[in-house]
Design a protein around this ligand. Structure first.
Ligand SMILES: *Cc1c(COP(=O)(O)O)cnc(C)c1O
Length: 354
């Protein structure tokens, strides 16, 4: 990519890469050698810089720390058989970052700034992209309000950063989820459609209660009556019902996942019937009992496709058919992995080489 943007780069004196056991990478604990930073001050993005990954000084009066004025993205890079870095649908993450930013009163980030900073950082830390099965380089861009002011108002100053971490598989087994009928992840008119930090802070407690009962994650329902399915943890949720792929329609309480969209596009291309609509807890439970619901899975960047093994509802567990029998989710997982790793054709132009 042509470098039209000036990025001041300070390289590490010595890489930490030899300390990493790439055959056993925990999620989100190991970071690469470098990070990218930019400041928004006096109405413009400036001070583009790449520096060694590490601690940074921050004012104790940073609004992000007090009021959660922070947004983020998550995407992944893979290595193709030729050793090139392939990033999956980064422009969609850029668009979504700006949608989140608008909701949180943050200035838009220009496409060029997003793509060129990403490209420069990936180029520098290219060696950190794992090439083992199931592993990838997780990319975390984020923006936080950086005023030194603890009044509540739209901030003037912001910081944009990108950090990178090599990751292995997210869930190693099929997932057990519980339908949440009391707590709410996102309300109508709230920030559920934005990748805003506070959404996740508030979801930890109900998830912890479910985990104490042996579930991995929650199946969130609407905040009004807990009648309709929304998402699962930090993934979108999808069902195969009577051979039709069904997923909750997007709304302001559902995050528009890029994995979700990719699965929908592939299903439509394969001629499968697809429905984006409301799906009630009642329909789901009755469908599992009658055998109409044959597959349930979460879709998200971190986990890709996460087969759901069972769904807990009102103290009863409802089991889904075994994973080996799930034709669609296994096929779409393999197709997505193939495209992301450059082993299969990319008919939608999802891959950006860096
Ligand atoms: C990030 C996220 C998703 C998945 O989005 P992808 O773009 O597929 O990674 C789904 N739901 C929530 C709440 C999320 O934060």
């Amino acid at each position: 990519m042509v470098e039209t943007m000036k990025i001041a780069t300070e390289r590490v004196k010595k890489s930490r890469i030899s300390e990493v056991d790439f055959s056993n990478i925990p999620f989100g604990k190991i970071y690469t050698d470098h990070m990218f930073m930019a400041d928004y001050k006096n109405g413009e993005w400036k001070n583009f810089r790449i520096m060694p990954y590490g601690y940074m000084p921050i004012s104790p009066a940073t609004p992000a720390l007090h009021y959660g004025q922070a947004i983020f993205e998550g995407m992944k890079a893979y290595k193709n058989p030729e050793g090139e870095a392939l990033v999956f649908r980064p422009l969609d993450n850029w668009k979504r970052l700006n949608i989140s930013g608008e909701r949180l009163c943050m200035p838009p980030l220009p496409e060029e700034l997003f793509m060129e900073s990403l490209s420069a950082l990936i180029d520098l830390d290219r060696a950190w992209i794992p090439d083992t099965a199931g592993a990838s380089l997780y990319i975390r861009p984020f923006i936080f309000s950086a005023d030194e002011y603890i009044g509540i108002k739209p901030s003037d100053d912001f910081t944009f950063m990108i950090i990178l971490c090599p990751v292995g598989s997210y869930y190693s087994t099929p997932v057990k989820v519980r339908i949440e009928t009391h707590y709410t992840r996102a309300a109508q008119g709230g920030t559920g459609y934005a990748k805003a930090g506070g959404n996740y802070a508030a979801a930890i407690y109900p998830a912890k209660l479910a985990q104490a009962k042996g579930y991995h994650q929650l199946l969130w329902t609407d905040g009004k009556n807990h009648e309709y399915i929304e998402e699962s943890g930090t993934m979108n949720v999808m069902f195969v019902i009577d051979g039709t792929l069904v997923t909750p329609a997007l709304s302001d309480s559902i995050l528009a996942g890029i994995t979700r969209d990719s699965v929908l596009q592939l299903a439509r291309k394969w001629g499968m019937k697809v429905e984006e609509r409301k799906i009630s807890v009642k329909e789901l439970i009755e469908g599992i009992e009658s055998g109409k619901v044959t597959e349930v899975f979460g879709a998200g960047t971190a986990a890709t496709i996460a087969h759901i093994e069972l769904i807990g509802y009102n103290d009863k567990d409802y089991y889904l058919p075994p994973v080996e029998q799930r034709t669609f989710s296994n096929k779409v997982y393999a197709e997505l992995e193939g495209i992301k790793r450059g082993q299969k054709p990319d008919p939608f132009g999802w891959i950006v080489k860096m």
